[in-house]
Design a binder for this molecule. Structure first.
Ligand code: MN
Length: 306
């Protein structure tokens, strides 16, 4: 167990808060703005701007942010040359996959797999391809179009709300849905490519043995040369590109559902979402939610009590 303590500016703290949104430990200890836990470290940010990284591998976690502070181009998330992520496959041609919408009450889950050739890596970095969580919604759309116009091979799958809700009622966990989506999207891309790719990188959302168990439960097995990486968007340009296309697709779907339903559907799963859900139930009745929401989220029950 080792630790690193460092002070960061408010803008970096804001980025961190967004970045670790899925890893938060709530409530944070007193005096802290947030505490998050990743596979590498526990990250605690204090009001003073001080951030403590403690655990197995605090350096690789802290490095993501020190590279921001030391760089005039604050959007550049460069790789730590000394950490475990310096794997040969990451700087060679590979497939990366990522998903969007899993934490949002409204809207589908979108999954994308992208194949990036070795010689395209620098170009993609130079146009600003990085973790979609660090890009604004307006820029996401622009970057996604740019990627698609470059004829980069990709496949995209959308799990719409009706189907999501059916699977959920049949006993599928969201983890199983994600595993099957990643697997199917990657398989689809490999079929499109017509050859076996050198490496596949999946942004890790569960332990690899759980992922394999989900696949096995549907008669599938892990594709050869698959690697699981946490925060893979920061280490694999293919995963970063996949995160951009998946996010752009999610935003597009949210806009479509907003138009169709007549409500400006909100992202996330906050109290504001509860209030909107209550309104929709009042206007259209609860069954309508099946078409636009992940109805098993706590927001449905909370809305009914408003
Ligand atoms: Mn991801």
């Amino acid at each position: 167990m080792s630790f690193i303590s460092q002070t960061f500016s408010n803008s970096i703290l804001d980025k961190m808060k967004k970045f670790y949104i899925d890893d938060m430990i709530n409530p944070p200890p007193s005096g802290a703005i947030f505490r998050a836990k990743t596979d590498n470290a526990v990250i605690t940010a204090y009001k003073s701007g001080k951030v403590l990284f403690q655990g197995k591998n605090p350096d690789s976690e802290a490095h993501i942010w020190t590279s921001f502070e030391n760089d005039t181009n604050v959007n550049d998330l460069s790789l730590n040359q000394n950490n475990d992520y310096e794997q040969a496959y990451l700087s060679n041609s590979h497939i990366g996959s990522d998903e969007s919408g899993t934490g949002d009450y409204f809207g589908p889950i979108t999954t994308c797999a992208v194949y990036i050739k070795k010689e395209q890596i620098d170009q993609l970095k130079s146009i600003g391809i990085q973790d979609s969580k660090l890009i604004t919604d307006q820029n996401i759309e622009k970057l996604s179009k740019q990627l698609i116009n470059m004829n980069i091979p990709y496949s995209l799958m959308i799990l719409h709300n009706e189907k999501y809700n059916i699977l959920q009622k049949q006993g599928w966990s969201q983890g199983k849905m994600k595993a099957m989506l990643h697997h199917s999207t990657i398989k689809k891309l490999q079929e499109k490519l017509g050859f076996q790719t050198e490496a596949i990188v999946i942004d890790q959302f569960c332990m690899p043995n759980i992922y394999k168990k989900h696949l096995a439960s549907e008669g599938e097995s892990l594709l050869p040369h698959t690697h699981f990486l946490t925060k893979a968007e920061h280490h694999s340009i293919a995963v970063a590109a996949a995160s951009v296309i998946a996010r752009a697709s999610f935003i597009k779907e949210m806009n479509r559902l907003s138009k169709e339903s007549g409500y400006k559907l909100l992202k996330g799963a906050s109290h504001k979402v509860d209030q909107l859900v209550a309104q929709i139930i009042e206007d259209k009745g609860e069954p309508y939610l099946n078409k636009i929401a992940k109805v098993h989220f706590a927001n449905t029950n909370k809305a009914k009590h408003l």
